[in-house]
Write a protein that binds this ligand. Sequence first.
Ligand code: ACO
Length: 370
Amino acid sequence: MTTYAHITGWGMHVPNKILTNAEISKMVDTSDEWIQERSGIKTRRIAGKEDTSASMGAEAAFNALKMAQIHPRDLDLVIVSTSTPEHMFPSTASIVQNQIGAVNAGAFDISAACTGFIFALDMATQAIRSGSIKSAIVIGTETLSRIIDWTDRGTCMLFGDGAGAFVLQASEKPGGVISSIMRSDGSGADLLSVPAGGSAQPASADTIAQGLHFVQMKGREVFRFATRVMAKASQEAIDKAGLKIEDISIFIPHQANKRIIEAAARGLKLPIERFVMNVDKYGNTSTASIPIATVEAFEFGKLNKGDNVVMVGFGSGLTWGAVSLIWTGPLDAEKPVRFGLLSIFVGIRSFLRKLIRWIEGLIWGRWIPK
Ligand code: ACO
């Protein structure tokens, strides 16, 4: 009997603080007009002192679990994709696993930059389809504002913070993730990186003085790479699923730049309306962008039961990948979960954690854009 991996719950969380282009143009030599014309971005969200990749990931995860009607203790696996982990180790996934109370789950991080969510989705799917596990949560979460050089006009206007999550569950009903492709080309590793803070260049006063713990990007080259791979990866995933391009109702691409998404649409000879786009609101939230765009597509009625969907991403590494899936929505829950008490408990825990981080921020301070 074939087992399928269905996406049965989805959730997102973004911090409250909205940073506008007008505010950025007071920090660096740029303008709202330039940013909108070159990237399509109008605003992005910036983490507050109390927000971290784990805290935002846990909020998104909890929303996805509520949607799927699955209790955290019934999860078998927690995968977090992030380029802004809480620490070098332990994994952010283990911290989220504890925060949401997924007491019977294994947990690990995936590092594949903006493509990470696609790779994590594939890993969870394969684990479910092999029969190894029955349920998983895949979370993409970023606090990119903490690794941005806010004096670099070439990068600071692009990125934002936030998190998104999918619950995946096994079912014998056909549907869910049907095909995926994962690719990498490490010869382009220097095009987009945070050079210091790892084993190659451990953090030191010197690396900090040189700003090597901030994102360094060759924007033009990344742009060229992205426009080359987006349409190709989508087509490969569609072919692998045994589908035709006209079967696909909606494309959910990584939200990096409006012009990159438009180029992908041109490459696939499709109208731009078939592509979900919210880069204007959130900027590039890296690995969180695809699940956040998915949640909004569903809320705005662009994603319906039975739709064939393609999700496609690219990023540092270089990496790129795509999945083709059938959108099925929550499975019929055998036993509805009572989230009332659980919500109150998680809410109180989350409030206390934020309070502690806020107090820590007051004592030690943490630089964030005003
Ligand atoms: N405001 C005004 N001028 C600027 C700004 C700015 N914010 N940033 C750069 N410029 C200038 C440059 O200095 C350059 O000036 P010059 O010609 O005198 O040298 C000029 O504008 C043009 O620069 P380009 O880099 O060619 O501009 P481009 O049209 O390529 O747009 C951008 C820049 C938006 C960064 C684009 O290259 C891009 O989106 N690249 C892809 C980035 C990306 O997607 N990164 C994330 C990958 S996913 C991940 O893994 C996180």
